[in-house]
Design a protein around this ligand. Structure first.
Ligand SMILES: NC(=O)c1ccc[n+]([C@@H]2O[C@H](COP(=O)([O-])OP(=O)(O)OC[C@H]3O[C@@H](n4cnc5c(N)ncnc54)[C@H](OP(=O)(O)O)[C@@H]3O)[C@@H](O)[C@H]2O)c1
Length: 509
């Protein structure tokens, strides 16, 4: 149902990769599906000189390449969409550019018959993070921001990641943004939360009654969260070398996954009810202390190898990477959640670039039955009465989105022998429709004013507080402990060893 109001969407950084590959295709899909109100307009803003016409041609080219419902070049729907797009050349720190933008927006309102005090604005900051606070300050100074209590029109601002590079910079960015905007107008995006399967973690947990009673320290032995990428830094070497896996993946996507997997049930699905629970969960994780960093983290960096037959160079030879860089392209972490539900249950997070496969998965491993009654089979052989492979619930976010539960089943025949088997549910097979893209869902939510899937100020700061502990620990090492791993493998051997030994230790307790 289309409940959205006519809105002008302004994309800062409109000449960039994100705009071309994700934002414009998402907006096009929303228009195709009739989810945006008639009269919705898109304005690109960037420094490069360009006419409206040139921008429209670029948009059409981007859509032919990247749209989910691919149009043919010159198709009527493509022309109709691009005719609703405009371009404003300007500088991110020049008030004249922002006055010019305001004039253009007012002209567009007028063309749509929207009174001057009624124009809704969604500003999307798709620029490098260095200009985030400057753009918001300019928007404030040049009168672009509506009063948050104005009932006739609204202003909302979507802010891309990375939101800060540590706790201090994230707090400073929040302070500067919130001196201009009200928190209700701020939409900090983490596109992982727009993925259907990530939202399904909440549906699975709180829409069904059978797993929730087991979802705690009495039944869960430990939890693994894996976000593996099979790509290397691919032309983004200088950005990545300044960031690393911890900032790029753990601070946002992985801690969000952890929060959704481990939080308490919210009292409702209202935005703040859900976000309150996530903040409570993140705040219950004690930051890793300086002297614990080696027991609780492993960092790695890829060396040359092959992925899908393609040769990958050493990370240190990638363009834009410092030849002596100690930036981690892989990290494994052990965290604990110190609350009644999870005390003593380790959460292992593992992410890296240039790994064997692209995979995002949460694995919840349950405790063993208290008594071993049955023999079981391993690699086809009866290995007698020994401990079965424990039950494992896997929530697969990508690819082949779905859920798998591994259980012990009796092997047919005269003997009472068990073998582990999987009960599987696969989204594509069951629903047979392609899931909407993450950006489609999140942009629509921002237009509808739903902040549930966006990160609140206290949430982003709680996540940085955890990551800062690790950053400080690493910075305190005289000789950085970086483990090399071959591209195309599952990461450093030391990470497997660390997690396997830790699980053994915790089971022996
Ligand atoms: N690309 C992705 O898939 C992706 C995914 C997740 C998050 N993000 C985030 O989204 C934002 C945009 O990403 P992107 O890949 O589109 O970035 P980008 O291509 O590097 O930059 C976007 C645009 O910003 C302008 N720009 C570049 N450097 C600038 C500078 N130093 N000062 C002012 N303006 C500058 C450029 O336009 P003009 O020179 O014409 O002004 C550029 O086209 C970033 O914050 C990024 O971290 C991107």
């Amino acid at each position: 149902m289309n409940k959205s109001k006519p809105t002008t969407i302004v994309i800062f950084g409109a000449s960039g990769d994100l705009t071309r590959r994700k934002l414009i295709p998402a907006l096009y899909q929303l228009v195709l599906e009739g989810l945006l109100a008639k009269g919705t307009r898109i304005v690109g803003f960037a420094r490069r000189e360009k006419s409206h016409e040139q921008f429209r041609v670029e948009i059409e080219e981007a859509l032919v390449e990247f749209a989910r419902s691919k149009p043919n070049a010159g198709a009527a729907e493509l022309k109709l969409f691009s005719s609703s797009c405009y371009y404003q050349t300007g500088s991110y720190d020049n008030s004249k550019s922002f006055h010019d933008l305001k004039e253009l927006l007012e002209k567009i309102d007028e063309e749509q018959g929207i009174p001057s005090d009624r124009g809704n604005r969604l500003f999307y900051l798709a620029t490098p993070p260095t200009v985030f606070s400057g753009v918001i300050a300019m928007l404030g100074q040049t009168g672009h921001i509506a009063d948050p209590n104005d009932e006739k029109r609204w202003t909302r601002v979507i802010i891309e990641k990375p939101f800060g590079r540590d706790l201090e910079t994230a707090c400073a960015l929040n302070k500067s943004i919130l001196s201009i905007l009200d928190e209700r107008q701020v939409y900090r995006i983490d596109h992982y939360l727009g993925k259907e399967t990530v939202q399904n973690i909440m549906a699975f947990r709180f829409g069904n009654s059978i797993f929730e009673p087991l979802w705690n320290r009495r039944y869960v032995s430990h939890v693994h969260i894996t976000v593996a990428e099979a790509v290397c830094v691919e032309g983004r070497g200088s950005y990545y070398d300044n960031s690393g896996a911890l900032r790029d993946m753990v601070q946002n996507h992985m801690l969000q996954l952890l929060a959704l997997v481990a939080m308490e049930p919210p009292a409702s699905f209202a935005p703040n009810a859900v976000r309150d629970e996530k903040v409570k969960l993140l705040s219950a994780i004690p930051p890793i202390k300086l002297n614990e960093v080696n027991e609780c983290s492993i960092r790695g960096q890829y060396a040359a190898g092959t992925i899908d037959g393609k040769l990958i160079p050493d990370y240190l030879r990638e363009n834009g990477v410092h030849p002596d860089s100690v930036t981690e392209t892989f990290v494994a972490l052990k965290l604990h959640v110190d609350n009644w539900r999870w005390a003593g249950v380790p959460f292992y997070l593992r992410t890296g670039k240039a790994l064997e496969e692209r995979l995002t998965e949460v694995n919840i491993e349950f405790r063993q039955p208290p008594l071993t009654l049955f023999s079981h089979i391993k690699n086809g052989d009866d290995i007698g009465r020994s401990r079965m492979k424990p039950n494992m619930l896997s929530l697969r976010v990508q690819p082949n989105e779905g859920i798998r539960l591994s259980i012990g089943m009796k092997v047919p025949g005269p003997k009472m022998i068990l073998e582990p088997e999987d009960l599987e549910f696969c989204y594509a097979d069951v629903f047979g429709v392609e899931s909407p893209g993450a950006y489609e869902r999140l942009i629509l939510d921002a237009i509808l004013g739903d902040t549930t899937l966006f990160i609140r100020q206290d949430e982003v700061e709680a996540a940085w507080r955890l990551v800062n502990g690790v950053l400080d620990g690493w910075a305190s090492e005289e000789v950085p402990h970086i483990h090399l791993y071959r591209a195309g493998t599952w990461g450093p051997y030391a990470a497997d060893e660390f997690i396997t030994n830790d699980i053994k230790k915790s089971k022996a307790l």
